[in-house]
Design a protein around this ligand. Sequence first.
Ligand SMILES: CC(C)(COP(=O)(O)OP(=O)(O)OC[C@H]1O[C@@H](n2cnc3c(N)ncnc32)[C@H](O)[C@@H]1OP(=O)(O)O)[C@@H](O)C(=O)NCCC(=O)NCCS
Length: 178
Amino acid sequence: MKMELDRPAQRPSRFTIQPMATADIAAVTRIERASFTTIWPSDAFYNELSTNKLAHYFVGRYDDRVVAYGGIWVILEDSHVTTLAVDPEYRGRRFGEVLLLRLIDEAVERGAAWITLEVRESNVVAQRLYRKYGFTTVTMRSGYYSDDNESALIMWAGSLRSELYRNRLRVLRARVEA
Ligand SMILES: CC(C)(COP(=O)(O)OP(=O)(O)OC[C@H]1O[C@@H](n2cnc3c(N)ncnc32)[C@H](O)[C@@H]1OP(=O)(O)O)[C@@H](O)C(=O)NCCC(=O)NCCS
């Protein structure tokens, strides 16, 4: 009982998103290894953060621990989700969705009109998330992934600036915030 009383008051747990910093790369790499069968070269995140002006990377923290990350390139009207992953222990808590929403917001704020990404044909979980946010499959690239020759679906969401899409985001944001 005494130990209970002496324990410092705990802060409420919450999920926050910040721009990725080089200090986050080790944690991001740990999540990447647990999430993908092929991983980026060891210096790729560092190069993206330090030299690619078109790249915007974010980490999601839960109680100060990096549990998710994602990135997007924005090139004038075009944008491309380069990566998105949640620590396996923290999946199913809307963290991936909140992070995707952050990437879409970044694209819209920087003037993008459409957004694209590629996803493994077998990755139905990610595809479902993307479809929820208005992505549709526009084409398939056979044998895109070199480790096992799996095909990639190229997904696309357009008219990001349209009232229709903005309304869709508003509704989804309100649901996820609730
Ligand atoms: C894809 C990923 C980022 C989703 O993150 P998450 O935090 O677990 O997902 P969320 O809790 O935010 O769920 C959001 C939506 O994703 C989909 N989803 C999540 N888990 C799912 C599951 N087990 N089965 C089916 N759909 C699922 C649903 O559409 C869900 O929304 P809904 O429940 O309203 O339908 C995560 O599973 C992941 O890191 N996977 C491995 C890496 C990866 O595949 N990245 C994408 C590369 S293209």
